[in-house]
Design a binder for this molecule. Sequence first.
Ligand code: SF4
Length: 256
Amino acid sequence: MQYVGAGSIAARGTCGNSGDPILVALRAPRFASAMTDPLGRRSAKHLARDAPRAIEHPADHARSLAEARHDAIECTACPLWKDATQTVFGEGEAHAPIMLVGEQPGDSEDRAGRPFIGPAGRFLDRALIEAGIDREKVYVTNAVKHFKYVPRGKRRMHKKPADAEIAACHQWLARELEFVAPRLIVALGATAARSLLGRATPIENNRGRVLTFSSNAQLLITVHPSALLRIPDEFKREAYLRFVADLKIAARFVNP
Ligand code: SF4
């Protein structure tokens, strides 16, 4: 099994589609974050933050999943990178038969740099096991790669990404889909479905059915595990079993 882990940055000067030269604006490398300008007042990160914005499609340059992961570290294609700790790219089996797509990293994921490791991730892990899916054999990612939140005291409260942020980040999800080439994509919730389908899609009307996504991949829509955490206790068990039932449909693609 090839497992895709975190890496370093990369920058190129031509468009992957057309070959035309393009200006790629990268954030300052992490090792430079403590540097100051000649007046000693502003860090290199702040200088880079205020630099002219030129990136629209930094994901175009990657020639592999590992390169896409590296390039995404420095993405500034929407404003969400500014307040987040780091890019949280997908991880898992590089050619997994199924890809699980969530919304965005949460507080724990933002700090650790890994998707689905917080409370919703643990809930998902439990449901995957019950559905007969080995998380090591799937690829998990999010529609949006930076944590969007509003500060509330010492806490950082999740805030739903805007349509423009979902659209800006779709380029990374598209490259993950291209390189992993799963046979089944599982959209966990409305943001994932919106990113994948390019439009608002009612979850309840479409969940639990295998839909055609492309000539090579099918799509299964279900709820995001964090939504299940918010359900009142008396309904939680039923909602959980329904979620597991959806994942059992996905299990057929892992264990045909
Ligand atoms: S959320 Fe996505 S598009 Fe926006 S800066 Fe982060 S990686 Fe780039």
